[in-house]
Design a protein around this ligand. Structure first.
Ligand code: FEO
Length: 438
């Protein structure tokens, strides 16, 4: 028989931003986190229009108290003030760390000093990070930890915590923790968002849909396959509440957010292109039309082989964001850029620098371009693609100024060879670089 999760406790109406009080989110389960309403940038790259929260939880059982996650170090005093309203330090048996990033482990060393008897529970992948995090020798001598995986449990008496191994959401160490009897999922960063509202619960806070999707797009999107793997563990669970590490606690129809994660992790283009067909997208910029002519020839060559859907885009007429979606779906990318002042042109870099949010590992990359003097752009683009873990099976193609018919034929051949690489056909390693012949 599940324990009651529907507690509407006395703290329901408390403004936690003023009172530093804990909030009972379910019977025997308290939010003891911290609010950071003035934060405007998280981890350097994420915008946080109304701040964030660092959610931590205390779960009381007849055999002790478990703490799930802590807070960023600057917010330690809030965390400890709230914790002290619901438990004594000598009652703490377990400290569960769903994720070791400092925004959730900043208060951990001090918590370990105050509750030295508590055992840490981390995922199997967290061990090296844990040791790096707790470098001070003093703590290392004291702490004891247990690594846990999917299905492992700890009992607090009438309450049981069960672990789910959900790596790479978004660090290798990440896990979720499920409170079995009350069907509460402590999900770490998963299902979280940077949205600060002292009303805490999704049915009481302001509109946070944008923050939820923005967070997914920047934190989880590069790990879509890992999200799908995690959903295989999460979706079969009966869930009355999702308690993430950031943002609102999802007690009103929590299943919607789980379903939304599946939708966000499933390509909207899936099925739009025949499954057997590979996709190549060619992007280019051209100042005098020379790189454009190269791009058209590469496109024509790639199409000759058949079995590859080829798209050609002039970056001068495009917006970055839709291209990022296309790129995520593509099997191969080719970038054409002239060299201006020893560099590829800005729209190419803008697009390439936007790709950190998608997983490009193993996609085929290629570069080409016309140039006047030095011609560095092609090599620089290739280096960037290698940095993004793409494969570059065919050396880049450069043409000095206006491509001749022979050079355009080489561009067609370049396209053919890209198609061959996509379809697993043979590729000769050598490519004529007309720059070397100049
Ligand atoms: Fe909220 Fe990945 O730390």
């Amino acid at each position: 028989m599940p324990l009651d999760v529907e507690a509407r406790p006395a703290t329901e109406g408390v403004d936690v931003s003023r009172h530093r009080e804990s909030v009972e989110i379910a019977t025997g389960v308290h939010w003891i986190g911290a609010l950071d309403p003035t934060l405007r940038t998280f981890d350097i790259i994420l915008r946080t229009a109304n701040g964030t929260t660092y959610n931590a939880y205390a779960i009381r059982g007849s055999q002790g108290v478990a703490i799930v996650d802590t807070v960023k170090i600057e917010f330690s005093s809030e965390f400890f003030a709230r914790l002290e309203t619901v438990a004594r330090y000598d009652e703490i048996r377990a400290i569960v760390l769903n994720h070791l990033e400092p925004d959730h482990t900043g208060a951990l060393p001090e918590l370990m000093r105050r509750a030295p008897q508590a055992r840490l529970y981390v995922s199997t992948r967290a061990t090296s990070m844990l040791k790096a995090l707790l470098k001070p020798k003093e703590e290392e001598r004291r702490f004891v930890y247990t690594t846990v995986g999917t299905g492992d449990e700890i009992s607090l008496g009438e309450r049981t915590l069960r672990f789910l191994h959900t790596p790479f959401l978004h660090w290798p160490d990440t896990q979720c923790t499920y409170l079995v009897e009350q069907q509460v999922l402590f999900s770490g960063d998963v299902f979280g968002c940077h949205y600060c509202d002292s009303r805490l619960f999704n049915d009481r806070v302001g509109e946070f849909r944008f923050s939820f999707d923005y967070y997914y797009a920047h934190i989880m999107r590069p790990f879509k396959q890992h999200v799908m793997d995690a959903l295989k563990l999460i979706e079969p669970l009966s869930i009355k509440m999702v308690a993430p590490a950031h943002g609102p606690i999802l007690r009103d129809r929590p299943r919607r957010y789980i379903t939304h994660y599946r939708e966000l992790s499933t390509s909207s283009l899936a099925g739009a292109i025949c499954n057997k067909e590979k996709t190549l997208i060619i992007f280019y910029m051209s100042s005098y039309g020379n790189t454009a002519r190269m791009a058209e020839a590469v496109c024509a060559g790639a199409e000759e082989r058949g079995g590859v859907r080829v798209s050609l885009y002039d970056l001068e007429g495009g917006e970055i964001e839709p291209f990022v979606d296309l790129i995520e779906e593509a099997d191969a990318l080719a970038f054409g850029s002239p060299t201006i002042n020893g560099d590829a042109v800005k729209p190419v870099w803008d697009l390439l620098s936007s790709l950190a949010v998608v997983n490009l590992k193993g996609k085929i990359g290629a570069a080409f371009g016309s140039y006047g003097w030095s011609g560095e752009a092609v090599r620089m683009i290739e280096d960037r693609m290698r940095g993004l873990k793409m494969r570059i099976p065919i050396s880049g193609l450069r043409v000095k100024l206006i491509p001749t018919d022979e050079e355009l034929e080489a561009c067609r051949d370049f396209g053919c060879r890209l198609s061959d690489a996509l379809s697993g056909g043979k590729n000769e390693p050598a490519v004529i670089d007309f720059a070397d012949l100049a």
